[in-house]
Design a protein around this ligand. Structure first.
Ligand code: KG4
Ligand code: ZN
Length: 354
C-alpha cells in the first residue's frame, strides 16, 4: 500500500510499539483528520528487574523486551477488538534510547508491517512525548511551545505543527526526571523515585530548606547544582528527619526553573498554545504551575493525561499516525539510533519530524 492510497482513507488504524528503555508497550490509535483516539494500550514494566541496581541495566532490558513484545501486541489488538489485518500502518519508537531495547520494538514493527504489506514509520520518542498531549484532545491552534520533561530529556520546542518542531532549549547536564530520581534515591525512596518524591513533597513545607534556583540564559536548563545543594542539605543536622520538607523544597526549585523557562519561551514566540509531556509532566506541582503560567497568559494548554506521561506506545502510535496520515513512510533500512533527531547538535535547526 502506498501513501496515495492512504491519503484517501478517512479513518486509519495505527499500531504503535514502544521499547526505548524499560517499558514494553503496544497501542492501537485511530486518526481521523488530525484527531487522534486511543483504542487500546498495553504496557509491561520492568521496574522489579532493575530496582536492585537503582537504574536500568541495558542488557536485562532488551532481553525482557524480547519476552514481552508479542504478548503485549496481541493484548493491545484484543483490547481494541481488532485483528492485525485491520491495521493500516505500524509505528515504532526508533530513537532515542537504549540501542538493544530500541532494536526489539523497531524490528518487530518492521516485521509486522512487511508481512501485512502496510507502511512502517519510525518515531522520535521525544516528539512522541509531545504528541501525548494531543491524544483524545480537541484540535490545537499552532504554533505551540512544547515542553518535554522526562528521565532522559528536559527540552523546550517551538512547534509550528506536530510535524514541524524546532529545539529552543535543553538541559546542559541532568534531565529533570534524572534529578528527581537522584534526590529520591538520597532520601531512600527507592527507584525510580520521582513519583514517590512528588507524593512526599505534597505533605512538606517548601519554605523550610532554602535551595538555589538555577537561571541559565537562552532557555537552557541545569539541575546538577540543585542536586548538589540538596545532597548537602540532607546532611545538615537542622533538617534531620524533615524528608517531606526537603522533598518539597527540591520539587519547588526544579519546577520553578522549568516554568520560568516555559513562560519566557511563550512570551518570546507569542505562541497561543502549549503542549507538555514526559514522565515529569506527571508531577503534581508542575501540572499546577504550568496551568497557572498558561492561564495568566491566555495560552491554551494540553498536558498529557497522567497515563500518557510516562513511556507508553499510545504516544508512539499517535506520532506515527500523524506521519502516515500525511502520506509519509520509512524504508526497511531505517535504523535504531541512541540519540534524538532533535538533540543538542541540531539546536536551532528547524526540523520536520520525518
Ligand atoms: O518519560 P519517562 O517515562 O521516560 C523517559 O523517557 O525518560 O520518564 C520517566 C521519569 C523518571 O525519571 C521518573 O522518576 C519521572 O519520570 N517521574 C516523575 C513523576 N512521575 C514520573 N518525576 C517527578 N514527579 C512525578 N510525579
Ligand atoms: Zn520517555
Amino acid at each position: 500500500m502506498n501513501g496515495d492510497t492512504l491519503t484517501h482513507m478517512a479513518v486509519r488504524i495505527i499500531l504503535g510499539i514502544e521499547s526505548s528503555c524499560d517499558e514494553t508497550s503496544a497501542a492501537i490509535v485511530s486518526i481521523d483528520g488530525d484527531q487522534l483516539r486511543v483504542l487500546s494500550c498495553r504496557t509491561a514494566g520492568q521496574d522489579d528487574l532493575h530496582a536492585e541496581y537503582r537504574g536500568v541495566v541495558p542488557e536485562i532490558a532488551s532481553r525482557a523486551h524480547l519476552d514481552r513484545i508479542i504478548p503485549v501486541v496481541r493484548g493491545a489488538c484484543a483490547e481494541a477488538g481488532i485483528t492485525l489485518k485491520e491495521i493500516n500502518g505500524v509505528a515504532a519508537g526508533n530513537r532515542p534510547g537504549l540501542i538493544g531495547s530500541l532494536l526489539v520494538g523497531t524490528s518487530t514493527a518492521k516485521a509486522l508491517a512487511w508481512s501485512l504489506d502496510i507502511p512502517f514509520v519510525g518515531v522520535d520518542h521525544v516528539i512522541a512525548h509531545l504528541v501525548a498531549g494531543l491524544l483524545d484532545q480537541p484540535p490545537l491552534q499552532w504554533p505551540a511551545i512544547g515542553l518535554v520533561a522526562s528521565g532522559g530529556h528536559t527540552s523546550l520546542f517551538l512547534m509550528r505543527s506536530p510535524m514541524e518542531v524546532q529545539l529552543i532549549g535543553a538541559t546542559i547536564d541532568d534531565a529533570a526526571g534524572e534529578a528527581f530520581d537522584k534526590a529520591a534515591s538520597i532520601l531512600e525512596l527507592g527507584y525510580p523515585g520521582g513519583a514517590k518524591l512528588d507524593a512526599l513533597a505534597e505533605s512538606g513545607d517548601a519554605s523550610i530548606v532554602p535551595l538555589p534556583m538555577t537561571r541559565l540564559k537562552g532557555g537552557d536548563f541545569s539541575f546538577s547544582g540543585i542536586k548538589t545543594a540538596f545532597a548537602l542539605a540532607t546532611r545538615d543536622p537542622r533538617y534531620a528527619g524533615r524528608s517531606a520538607d526537603l522533598a518539597a523544597s527540591f520539587r519547588k526549585v526544579v519546577v520553578a526553573q522549568i516554568t520560568r523557562n516555559l513562560a519566557l519561551a511563550l512570551e518570546e514566540h507569542a505562541a497561543p498554545s502549549c503542549l507538555v509531556g514526559g514522565g515529569v509532566a506527571a508531577n503534581a506541582l508542575l501540572r499546577r504551575e504550568v496551568a497557572s503560567v498558561c492561564t495568566e497568559r491566555g495560552v491554551s494548554l494540553r498536558v498529557a493525561e497522567l497515563r500518557w506521561c510516562t513511556d507508553n506506545a499510545a504516544m508512539i502510535a499517535g506520532a506515527g499516525a500523524l506521519r502516515i496520515a500525511h502520506g509519509e513512510c520509512d524504508g526497511w533500512d531505517l535504523v535504531a539510533h541512541p540519540l534524538s533527531e532533535l538533540a543538542r547538535g541540531d539546536r536551532g535547526a528547524r526540523r520536520r519530524t520525518s
